[in-house]
Ligand binder design. Sequence first.
Ligand SMILES: Cc1cc2nc3c(=O)[nH]c(=O)nc-3n(C[C@H](O)[C@H](O)[C@H](O)COP(=O)(O)OP(=O)(O)OC[C@H]3O[C@@H](n4cnc5c(N)ncnc54)[C@H](O)[C@@H]3O)c2cc1C
Length: 495
Amino acid sequence: MKKVIVIGGGFGGLAEAIRLQARGYAVTILEKRDQVGGRAYQLKKNGYTFDMGPSLITAPDIIESVFLAAGKKSADYIEVEKLDPFYRIYFHDGAYMDYTGDSEKMKAEMAKFSTADANNYDAFMKAVKPIYDAVITEGLGSTMFADWSGFMKFVPRALKLGGLTPVYKFASKYFSHEYNRFAFSFHPLFIGGSPFRAPSIYIMIPYLEKNGGVWYAKGGMYSLVKAFLQVFTELGGIVRTNSDVTNIQVTNGRATGVFIGSEFHSADAVVCNSDVPFTYLNLIDEKNRKKWTDKRVKRLHMTMSCYLLYIGTNKQFPELKHHTLILSERYKELVKDIFDRKVLPEDFSIYLHVPTRSDSTMAPPGCESMYLLVPVPHLGADVDWKKMGPVFLEKILNFLEKDFGMKGLRDSIEVLEQFTPLDFESELSSYMGSAFAIEPRLSQSALFRPHNRDQDIERLYFVGAGTHPGGGVPGVLLSAEATEKCVVEDLGSAV
Ligand SMILES: Cc1cc2nc3c(=O)[nH]c(=O)nc-3n(C[C@H](O)[C@H](O)[C@H](O)COP(=O)(O)OP(=O)(O)OC[C@H]3O[C@@H](n4cnc5c(N)ncnc54)[C@H](O)[C@@H]3O)c2cc1C
């Protein structure tokens, strides 16, 4: 059987491994950490369970397609529950919006700020649907843009649909109140993109959420990681954890295997789920790379990073929804500070995930498991996180307890862990400590994003957030499909 090595067991690596193993190739995942999951790692401490990264399950059809590729059904592996509202958004003045996929309820929420905006909701969704259709239904997201001819066919259509306009600008054509504009433009931030720069291809996310719902998996997102892992091993795939790949062997322009230190593993194809810039800069000798030279790799714009807190409290805060956004007064300027000026701003916006709202198994009885995400600049900023971590922590806890009104928060804390941009760099080998890999901006999308099939080295592929179509669990799972097509095209039969 032809052997495929997948470097990294994030969602991208797991989905790719399932797809290729199901086709009969002999697939081995080599994962540097002691567990698979990557950004979707799990932390368990003192009876509390935390998803460390992704928390919102969207696009269930895309998830199902991975199970289907293996001849399985997700319902046999995970139990999911639809959330309504999807999230509550608190604005700086205390006003809030319960963001939902139900059109009438959503319009009522929007009308709190502008009835004209509420009246435009249907028109907005109608304009976004063809973008969703192009990317998801017609499969642009799950097929690699190999050359200019394919890309140029897409451009006139994308232009006509407004898909190249920045997301915030697109939303502003339909909505005039800043709160409504925020609600329909912030989604690129979920995958590390600036709403003021990311092309409106990403504005399909509200449609994707409305169409497919926002879900929670019992036991957290890690249940999906475990389900994928189980499917892969049931198919006969091999997983080796604590296996940090240190080099990709290239012989006569072809990837022939990988090294873990001095230990060599041969392969007919190597698929990298490891971070793309990290892989080019550290695992592949530059003499084998004409397109992706060190200089070019270093010019890539990486997404912002995140400051994450995992908090277990011995009391509950029922005022919090399962997903809550708490916003600073500033939107555009805050994004600019983080993305462009690369400074750690005085103010912050917070995403708060409280799975115990839907799932009591995530904490001891009567307790709360929550995680907080604050977007911060990546390591290109002049911030010493060893010093700033504790300072930032104090600031956030003060804000939540005193300004936001989570009374007794500090006194109730039983577990407190943080994950800073330095951890993204060291734990996940993420270039510049970026949280979401290569930034989704026009000049780094589709044909301009690192390709699923390497452009210089034969039998070398990429899967995950850094390649086409991009980050977020649905994007990463689509990338597995795009990469699968390339591998199968090149390797042919499995024996
Ligand atoms: C805080 C946070 C919240 C998020 N929330 C959501 C959400 O709610 N919904 C959503 O859809 N998306 C969300 N995302 C995005 C989503 O989590 C990611 O896009 C996705 O999980 C990335 O998967 P991946 O397979 O590309 O990479 P990763 O998950 O990073 O996996 C890469 C793997 O490769 C391993 N690796 C790296 N180098 C080596 C090496 N040399 N040898 C062996 N192994 C190696 C790493 O250890 C890692 O396990 C979130 C991301 C973050 C950071």
